[in-house]
Design a protein around this ligand. Structure first.
Ligand code: SF4
Length: 246
């Protein structure tokens, strides 16, 4: 009798655990379907997105990304036009020297520190990596001026790895929509890596950067022109014709 009583108490508890599990699974499936729809639309508009930084090889890509911290891609491209014409390998960059590098990139922010890093990373590439850009996150992050975001861009663009480099645009857009919420770029990167369907992972960071740069802008997102407005839950959407501001 005692046994029967404890069974009858356990049954409702198990049922509510099962219901909670099913509800979580349903929520997960809905979030996944929504993410899939968002990337399907972004991909349809731009099936083969490219970096807006100019480069001619993996080394110049690495240098361009290092120079792009707190600078616009257009500004970096203006500066690297002359720089890469003079030096497109680590050996040529060392021969050019820090002073000349500084002079060629003086139009972009933090140019003194960046010139120092470009020379130091070129030297390290020659001394430790045979003059080649390594295809390993750990090795890339050991280079002067290279953090996780830069390593992710190089791994993705130069080597076709499915990495997500969370810059200021992706951080904002991902928290806004939201796709993955987080207080740090690393948190957002983890969340996005979990929610973005595998077939979209290779280009996801480009789609989100371009969306943030041209549509979901920091101060005034252009919600009426947004291809994913109906899937976005941002409470401060700008007016979308034919619908209320959510
Ligand atoms: S609806 Fe507006 S806030 Fe939402 S993703 Fe589009 S542009 Fe950004």
């Amino acid at each position: 009798m005692l046994q029967q009583k404890s069974k009858s108490r356990a049954a409702p508890a198990k049922k509510s655990t099962d219901l909670a599990k099913r509800a979580t699974a349903r929520k997960g499936a809905a979030a996944e379907a929504r993410a899939r729809e968002i990337f399907t639309r972004l991909a349809a508009l731009n099936p083969d997105p490219r970096s807006e930084l100019n480069y001619v090889n993996a080394y110049t890509l690495l240098v361009a990304v290092v120079l792009s911290a707190q600078a616009t891609d257009a500004g970096v491209n203006r500066a690297t036009k002359g720089l890469f014409a003079a030096a497109s390998t680590p050996q040529q960059m060392l021969a050019l020297g820090e002073e000349a590098v500084r002079d060629k990139i003086k139009t972009i922010g933090l140019f003194r520190a960046k010139a120092k890093n470009v020379i130091a990373l070129s030297r390290k590439l020659i001394e430790e990596f045979g003059g080649e850009v390594p295809r390993s996150r750990e090795a890339l992050e050991s280079l002067p001026g290279v953090g996780r975001k830069t390593a992710n861009v190089v791994l993705n663009v130069a080597f076709g790895e499915k990495t997500l480099a969370v810059d200021t645009h992706i951080f904002r857009v991902s928290n806004r929509i939201p796709l993955a919420r987080g207080k740090t770029p690393e948190e957002v990167e983890r969340g996005l890596t979990a929610i973005v369907p595998d077939e979209f992972l290779l280009h996801a960071h480009h789609w989100l950067i371009l969306h943030g740069r041209y549509i979901c802008k920091a101060r005034k997102p252009d919600c009426p022109a947004c291809p994913i407005a109906d899937l976005c839950q941002f409470t401060e959407k700008t007016a979308v014709s034919g619908s209320s501001t959510a």
